[in-house]
Design a protein around this ligand. Sequence first.
Ligand code: CA
Ligand code: CA
Length: 152
Amino acid sequence: MAATESRRTPDSSQRELATTFALLDRNRDGRICANDMKTSMRVLNLPISEQVASNFVKKLAKGGCDIREEEFALWMRTCNDYNNNSILQQAFDALDTNKDGYITKAELQTGLTLLGEVVSDTVLSAMMEEADLDHDNRLSFQEFSHAVSRRA
Ligand SMILES: [Ca+2]
Ligand SMILES: [Ca+2]
């Protein structure tokens, strides 16, 4: 089973969908509103701005204010069809402000500041250190997603 881990099976994406949805649906009402989205990202230490959260919800909910699971599933499928994009990628992109494909400590700090989080340098360094598996002082998407899935 581990040998095929890198390849997506319908089963694993289904599981990923359910996990991601449950993760985002904070109050378990089967819908994700912009607030759920923002809170979840905070809990996961994935700060996204209010703007990003509400745009995302608007986009998926087709003008409504919350996302139902089937809308979410549809979006996940579309994203997977394109470039294996995911909600993590969105969060990653939001943090990677200079779009070089890596999140630096400064970018992480900027993201947190945007959310109104005041994080001490010590905490920030600890977060980076924990996630930065190859110790190059920046987070690749792999390192980022690994860190997040460990928290989930
Ligand atoms: Ca960057
Ligand atoms: Ca790294």
